[in-house]
Each structure stands twice: as C-alpha cells, then as structure tokens.
Design a protein around this ligand. Sequence first.
Ligand SMILES: [Zn+2]
Length: 306
Amino acid sequence: MLPRLLSSTALALLATGLVNHASPAPASMPTPRLTITHEARSLQPGELVVLIIESDTALSTIAVTAFDRTERVQPLPPSEDRPHAWLALVGIDLDVRPSTHRISVSATALTGTAAATHTLAVSAKSFPTRKLTVDPGFVNPPATVTARIQKEAVILNALWKGTAGPNPATDLAFVAPVPHKANSAFGTRSVFNGQPRSPHGGADFLSPAGAPIKAPAPGTVVLADDLYYTGGTVVIDHGLGIISLFAHMSRMDAMVGTTVARGDVLGLVGATGRVTGAHLHWTVRVNGSRIDPLSLVAVLSGNQTR
Ligand SMILES: [Zn+2]
C-alpha cells in the first residue's frame, strides 16, 4: 500500500523548515534535477495523492501547483539515500473531471532553477445514490435559520483553507477515529425526503451513541460548536492543509485553541444535526479538496480500510 520510504518518514515527520542540508552542488551541474513520484490508493475523485519530490541538490525554494492551486510543501527528514526530498499532499476533489491532470513543480537552488511536471491520469468513479428520511427542517430549513446556516457556512469555508503560513504537519500517521465500520461510501449522492442534496462529503462510521471519538492524528482544535447540519462539531487542523471535521457529537470534549495528540478523546458519538440515527461522520479536506477520509488513513498509515 505504502512504500517503505514514505511510511517510515510519515510516522515521525519532523517539521524542519526549508533548510539546506548539504553543501552546494558542483559547478558542472547547471540546475537542480527533480524527480517526482506519487502514491495513492487510486487516481479517482475523492482520493488523496502523496507527492514526493526529490532533488539532487539542496533547494532554497520549491512550489507545487495542482488543480489550479498552490499546494503546501514540507521537507522530509533527510536520509542517506534521499538527502533532499519534499512532501506535498494533493487531494483529487470530488468534482475533478476524469482526464490527465498536470502537477507543476518549480524550484530554485544555488546552482540555478528547475521546473518539472508530473501527470495524474484521473479515472471516472461512479457514486451510488442513497435515500434518507430526516426531519423536514433539515431538507428545507425554515427562514428563521437561514442566517445561521449562512454564517456557519462562512466559518467552515474559512476553516477549510487551514491555518495561514507554512503550518507543517508534525505527524502524518493517521488512524481511524473510532474502531467501528464505515458504512456509506464517500461521494454518495444523497436524496433527503425525495429531494437531491449535495454529495456526501465524508465517511460515516456505524458507531453506537456514547462511543469516544479519538483524534486520528495530532493537530489544533479550531472549532468546537453546535452547528445546524452537523450538530455537535469539532474541527481539527492537522497541518499541511489537512482539516478534519467530526459531526453529530452528543458531547464535545475538545476545546478551541488547544492541541490534541493522536488518540485524545474529542467527544462522544451522538445523533445531533441532520441525521437518521447515531453515527460518526468524519469529513476531511486537503487544501480545500474534498477527499475520502478512508483514503487518507489508507495512504498515510497503510491501515486496512473498506
Ligand atoms: Zn455523513
């Protein structure tokens, strides 16, 4: 699932900043030479792609552009066979069209500049449709809650962007937040009370009410509040543009502004917000892209997922 070279570094990823670890390259080498590889569960909408960029010399800057956005990049701890390597996480959003998409990398070193491209052949994925019956107030909300819904959407849209600045991830070994099975597939087209709504943007775990929800990886709590659609909601910024949202909690233990370690209890599984019953809904965004949380767990930890 995951190459050894990545899993070992992902488990203890050090935020070292953009530091030059080696002496300058020989003058005969006009530019840095870049090698780009990727690892993914599959190249389809909703999947996470781990991009590894290696250079034959130290770099002073590096920039990665994918799907018309600038991605966050952080250095990997140097090793003997890979002294200059960088990591970027590229989410293939749910709405990305099947096609060949190009990732652009540009870099500068003491010896010069370099540009390289890497292609992702994204194939189509057909998502099933599910029909659910919920309180009518969650399908056509009354006018009295319109302002609240809009305000909450603005708050969440800001949070999906992640904390400003480099904000590197300190640890990228993700685990599932609960030990229970996930039932409905990410991307499922949802029909509530006979009316189509936006696709399901997360994974639902069949967890009993009251089960503890644990942080899948370290991060900073950026929201802990009662929201209209997602009920008791906790949002964690894991760094490197990875944002987790946990919904429908009956109790929130996480406090905004605090940091959590992997395994810390964030709250309890509940049935608050737009639900048909108690379960845990987990949403993940990577630099704004909607991805299946199970692909994150699969690619970054090598865990078996459904
Ligand atoms: Zn859900």
